[in-house]
Design a protein around this ligand. Structure first.
Ligand code: CTP
Ligand code: MG
Length: 179
């Protein structure tokens, strides 16, 4: 029973960064003009800084959607579940979503430095970059919410969830690669 609660609490904690990370895939389709965060520029190694897969439109929509949908979820949960559960405060949710997007950006930066083109798979880095950044932010901003068991559960369940949602996005025509 308590493991079930740990599982549910983990899902609630990582839900806003998940939304922040997933929204750019969908949002990308809505913008006719998309501006790469690196403006198409190269790093000193002659390769792109982040690549065309990281855009301002994706970043901003991801941040807003993660914050708004995450916060709405917490408000609904607080109203319907009468168990006192410490969840990230609004500012923490915002910072976690920001960290998730910066983590994704860092992952892309590392991939480009390794010579991997945009969209090439980087196992574990692709699935965990945003998550670990969001959990680090939570630990820095509101450590009382975080427990080691949540980190363990989050790190174990995120790769399969990430792969499944990306495969679904690919089948729906939202993504160019199934990973
Ligand atoms: N995306 C975006 N802006 C961001 C992050 C993501 O526009 N800041 C969109 C892009 O259309 C991207 C898609 O979401 O292609 C999926 O993101 P991701 O899988 O992280 O990017 P990849 O295309 O795989 O590129 P990379 O190799 O750099 O991870
Ligand atoms: Mg990717």
């Amino acid at each position: 029973m308590s493991l079930l609660w740990d599982f549910i609490t983990t899902l609630l904690i990582i839900w806003p960064p998940y939304v922040a990370n997933a929204t750019p895939v969908v949002a990308g389709k809505l913008f006719r003009r998309r501006t790469p965060i690196d403006f198409g520029r190269n790093f000193i190694d002659g390769r792109r800084i982040f690549g065309d897969g990281k855009t301002y439109e994706g970043f901003v929509t991801g941040l807003l959607a993660g914050f708004v949908i995450g916060e709405l979820t917490y408000i609904i949960v607080a109203k319907t579940v009468n168990i006192t559960l410490e969840l990230p405060a609004p500012l923490t949710v915002f910072i976690m979503c920001l960290a998730a997007l910066l983590g994704d950006l860092t992952g892309a930066f590392i991939k480009r430095r390794l010579g991997l083109p945009r969209g090439a798979p980087a196992p574990l880095l692709d699935q965990l970059d945003f998550l670990l950044a969001a959990l680090l932010a939570l630990w820095l901003v509101q450590p009382s919410v975080l427990r080691v068991i949540y980190v363990i559960i989050a790190v174990l369940i995120t790769p399969p969830i990430h792969l499944a949602t990306n495969a679904a996005a690919y089948l729906l025509g939202l993504k160019r690669e199934p990973w």
